[in-house]
Design a protein around this ligand. Sequence first.
Ligand SMILES: [Zn+2]
Length: 313
Amino acid sequence: MNKPLASLSLDLDNAWSYLQIHGNEEWQSYPSYLDQLVPMFLDDMAARNLKVTVFVVGKDASLPQNRDLLRGIAESGHEIGNHSFNHLPWLDRFTAAGLRAELTEAHDAIGTATGSSTVGFRGPGFSFSAETLSVLASLGYTYDASTLPTFIGPLARAYYFRSGDLSEEERELRSKLFGSFTDIRRPNTAYRWATHDLMELPVTTIPLIRTPFHLSYLLWLAGISEKLADLYLSVALAACRATGTTPSVLIHPLDFFGGDDAPDLAFFPGMEHSGAEKRAISGHFLDRLTDAFDFTTCRAHVEASKPSRTVTL
Ligand SMILES: [Zn+2]
């Protein structure tokens, strides 16, 4: 029997963007781990025979030393998406002109580096606004993938800031990081925006329960108990089957990197584990997901979904 089609995407967040969001000044020299991460990721996807979507940050695409690496992702058959230029997760605070510059600059840099014209966008930190949709539509994009329809985003934000060294102003800018409570009211699978010629592909949360099950979340649970994380994923898969939901699943670099791979990021949750430990457990979750679904790119998933439901902002 054919497995249902679903999508898998990697947000190619670099070391500097993690340092920046955490308020660590070292980000300004743009430290990078892409030369380690990208080949490892490509090998893993090839071993699983997967073609996925990689959302690339424009600043990384603009740096000559990353060109070959990023072009290699496209040449391996993966879809390239736009993940903004500066990876600032408060796009909702940008002026219209500032937002247009941010997304257009990323579009151009990513196109030049990878040789592919992007049609999909994911805002950093799930940041999202009506203006974003207007800019994407004018750039000829076909889908946005920035929403996480959960109530747990604000809780994740609280957890994330606990260890951060941020001023009041910096906290205020990050106030919508990981989404807002309104996200829970949005659908959990692909739909059309009524006001824009664009489709939305949410990062799927567990149907009915609406808690996340992207890989970072499963790893966080596994840090408490691997059995609990496995059971939780079983619930997610059963709820998807019961509701006919074909999920869009998100992965992050730190799902595959441990404290030994990126010592500068040791302060991040989960970085007390080695890279080998993380890759073993992430690989196990990916095996379970790929047993249940036939994963493809976000673009192919949106096109195959042919969503008829329209949503007004
Ligand atoms: Zn990101």
